[in-house]
Design a protein around this ligand. Structure first.
Ligand SMILES: [Zn+2]
Length: 461
């Protein structure tokens, strides 16, 4: 017992000191706690009802949707909203919020977990529900590792066999998790084609994961997602329990969807038109994941649907700033599939804008930035509404070359590495600004922007 008391006290003290020092450190207090008791997370999360979210894209937004549902319903809920999604960060969150004997003080939690960390986190956390949003390759230096990631996720799932899995039915990689795990499984997906069905798609999964034959598709939604069928062994998309039957309308304010779901607890089928107050198809997937998980955990569908109607976007993923009258929208881009979706959204707004692309190559971004050659910047450059394109970040020159080959005229593109000057230029554009940064460049621009807007540093949110 003394180990637990020491671990909790050390964690709380470390967190307090970091905050007094004005630092947003999120992992260190967890590491300190684990020095005293390695499995402290199992203690400080015991008896809680937890929904965990993993997968390449959409973790943060999906977690934020669930968190809003809990908070709207007046159910106190813990979350790791600052993006500390490895074992140490998750441990810090639970431990700092427990009482001094390590007993949890709230009943519910929504936790975002890195795919690679899942195998360490799952045996300690034992969530009631785990969402796997999708699996894409992240950066080119991790190419081929998508199978490695899938194996890591599978190990995590097996370590908590009672956890209900919510899987993206349209992602052949994600859905394959159901094959050899004992867990109960629910699927979600989009039931109709989206986008141009004839176009050449960026695919991270062209061949059957079971037998290696090339997939056939009855329809596509985006990237490798859609109605996949293996003509050789019969592995195919499963009928989802929660589905977008039809996407009725989509614009910058959000999407109207005909939702069909059969919550496992009530067992009554529900079919209804709902509004998701976030734009873009990938947020429809995030919403479907959230509905599936929330109802699977036994909560009323009404609560999550209310949250989706007025969801505010999550830190960095799709965040808006008011830059002294200039609207700035920031969409985190970290891989070709996510980048294409962001470009799809930005070019679909049908009004003039200033695009800002930031590219860094630090460890958290992946050192190899050649993935930018796989993303469809051609589409952005071909959009007449993209009046001005600013490039920044440590690898801004590479991005400028990429845009040149994507067909952007020289006078349309400006390189500005200094973030203060970049912000001045954004204001001077007189246009709404659409920012597509990768991870560390997003953090840098965000902290420069909070100095000139009224947003808070993210650890004070
Ligand atoms: Zn097959």
């Amino acid at each position: 017992m003394w180990r637990i008391i020491c671990a909790v006290a050390a964690c709380k003290a470390a967190r307090l000191l970091l905050r007094i020092g004005g630092r947003g450190g999120t992992a260190l207090p967890g590491k300190v706690a684990m020095k005293f008791a390695a499995s402290i997370l199992a203690v400080t999360s015991a008896g809680m009802e937890i929904i965990a979210v993993t997968g390449t894209n959409g973790k943060t937004t999906t977690a934020r949707m669930l968190e809003q549902a809990f908070s709207h319903a007046g159910k106190a809920c813990l979350s790791n909203k600052t993006g500390a999604n490895l074992l140490s960060g998750i441990t810090a969150e639970f431990t700092a919020n427990a009482d001094f004997f390590g007993k949890p003080r709230v009943r519910y939690a929504v936790i975002e977990c890195d795919e690679g960390a899942l195998k360490q986190v799952m045996p300690l956390l034992r969530p009631k529900v785990l969402i796997v949003t999708n699996l894409f390759r992240d950066q080119l230096d991790r190419y081929g590792e998508v199978m490695h990631t899938l194996d890591a996720v599978r190990l995590g799932v097996k370590a908590s066999p009672e956890t209900i899995l919510c899987l993206n039915a349209d992602c052949s990689l994600t859905a394959s998790l159901a094959m050899d795990v004992p867990n109960p499984v629910l699927y979600y997906g989009v039931n109709e084609p989206q986008g141009d069905q004839g176009e050449v798609r960026l695919s991270d999964a062209t061949h059957c994961i079971r037998c290696g034959a090339p997939y056939e598709y009855t329809y596509h939604t985006y990237a490798h997602l859609g109605g996949f069928v293996c003509p050789s062994c019969g592995y195919r998309r499963m009928q989802p329990h929660t589905a977008a039957e039809k996407i009725l309308r989509t614009d910058v304010t959000g999407t109207d969807v005909t939702l069909k779901t059969r919550p496992p607890v009530s067992g009554e089928e529900m079919r209804r038109d709902i509004h998701v107050a976030l734009p873009a198809l990938y947020n429809v997937y995030n919403a479907l994941a959230a509905v599936t998980a929330y109802t699977a955990a036994g909560h009323p569908a009404e609560e999550i649907l209310a949250a989706l109607r007025d969801i505010s976007s999550s830190f960095g993923r799709m965040e808006t700033f008011d830059l002294q009258g200039t609207p700035v929208q920031m969409i985190l881009v970290k891989n070709p599939a996510g980048c294409n979706q962001a470009i799809e959204y930005v070019t679909g707004t049908e009004r003039d804008y200033c695009a800002v692309i930031l590219l860094n190559d630090r460890t958290a971004d992946g050192h190899d930035i050649s993935w930018i050659w796989d993303a469809e910047y051609e589409k952005l450059c071909a959009d007449p509404h993209a009046r001005w394109i600013l490039v920044s970040g440590e690898r801004a020159e590479d991005m400028r070359v990429r845009l040149k080959y994507a067909g952007a005229a020289k006078e349309r593109v400006t390189l500005e590495k200094d973030l203060a000057k970049l912000i001045t230029r954004m204001k001077e554009s007189g246009l709404p600004v659409m920012v597509l940064p990768n991870y560390t460049s997003m953090l840098a621009l965000r902290s420069a922007l909070v100095k000139v807007t009224d947003k808070k540093e993210f650890w004070n949110m």
